[in-house]
Design a protein around this ligand. Structure first.
Ligand SMILES: NC(=O)c1ccc[n+]([C@@H]2O[C@H](COP(=O)([O-])OP(=O)(O)OC[C@H]3O[C@@H](n4cnc5c(N)ncnc54)[C@H](OP(=O)(O)O)[C@@H]3O)[C@@H](O)[C@H]2O)c1
Length: 250
């Protein structure tokens, strides 16, 4: 079990207040990591704080808007040289619009939160990791890292670029002791796809395409998150692992 022991380590998770990020942060805390949670509505005493403290770990939080470059930079400045061993770039949004109606504003917003903020946080937090010769950087990618999707062109562009970011960062950071990987969730039941799931016909069509026969829960990502965050994956870097109930193979 020592392969998965995170005691003494600190993990920063963006988008930790709910959904996939909540499950990721909970898992890391359960396995011993202290948690720095970052979200646009992150609270000091919310459900995640209680969960993390319940596992006997320390919890701190930052409430920032990752669509705003200055706020991302301010976060880096406030973190200073605080030790961060695990960085999970998870916060994200998806704007649905047909490509001919996709606005510049939608494009810029998605690219900023789904691609630029993860790059900035990785680059700046990697400096401290490099000084300590150890770190794990994980991105929440998507099936649209590999496929085209429909009516989510900026999301597809950003998530596809995350695949390049994983490979390029891995090439440069691995010699400094930092492993860089991604997780590509399939269809996971969270607020990001509430509207899609309320459309009965669409929900049933999508479900019929998932070989395992159901949508995922955020907890379905826990095992892969722990694997990539822990020593168990020390010889793994530069890959994006699908956790999708078999969707990509279908
Ligand atoms: N669910 C899926 O099927 C699926 C599939 C593939 C990939 N993903 C990816 O998984 C990641 C997490 O999404 P989710 O499904 O868990 O959705 P979610 O339940 O809507 O959670 C999104 C999280 O991101 C945070 N966030 C959103 N906008 C932000 C902003 N401007 N600044 C800071 N934080 C912000 C939210 O903060 P607040 O809680 O404070 O609002 C929330 O904690 C995203 O990158 C998404 O693209 C999801």
């Amino acid at each position: 079990m020592s392969l998965f022991d995170l005691r003494g380590q600190t993990a920063l998770v963006t988008g930790a207040r709910k959904g996939i990020g909540f499950a990721m942060a909970s898992t890391l805390a359960e396995c011993g990591a202290d948690i720095i949670a970052v979200s646009s509505n992150q609270g000091a005493d919310d459900e995640l704080a209680a969960r993390v403290k319940g596992f006997g770990r320390s919890f701190s939080h930052y409430t920032i808007d990752l669509r705003v470059r200055e706020e991302t930079k301010q976060l880096v400045a406030e973190l200073g040289n605080r030790q961060i061993d695990i960085l999970i770039n998870n916060a994200g949004i998806a704007n649905r619009a047909e490509v001919l109606d996709h606005t510049d504003e939608q494009w810029d917003e998605i690219l900023e939160i789904d691609l630029s903020a993860p790059f900035i946080l990785s680059r700046d937090i990697a400096k401290g990791m490099a000084a300590r010769q150890y770190g794990k950087i994980i991105f929440t990618a998507s099936m649209w890292t590999f496929l085209g999707g429909k009516n989510v062109i900026s999301y597809t562009a950003a998530k596809s670029a995350l695949g390049g970011l994983v490979r390029g960062l891995s090439n440069e950071l691995l010699p400094l002791g930092i492993r860089v990987n991604g997780i590509a969730p399939g269809f996971i039941e969270t607020d990001i796809n509430n509207r899609v799931r309320q459309d009965k016909a669409r929900f049933e069509f999508l479900t019929s395409r998932i070989p395992i026969g159901r949508w995922g829960k955020p907890e379905d990502l826990s095992g892969t998150t722990l694997f990539l965050a822990s020593k168990a994956s020390d010889y793994v870097s530069g890959v994006v692992i699908p956790v999708d109930g078999g969707y990509l193979a279908n």
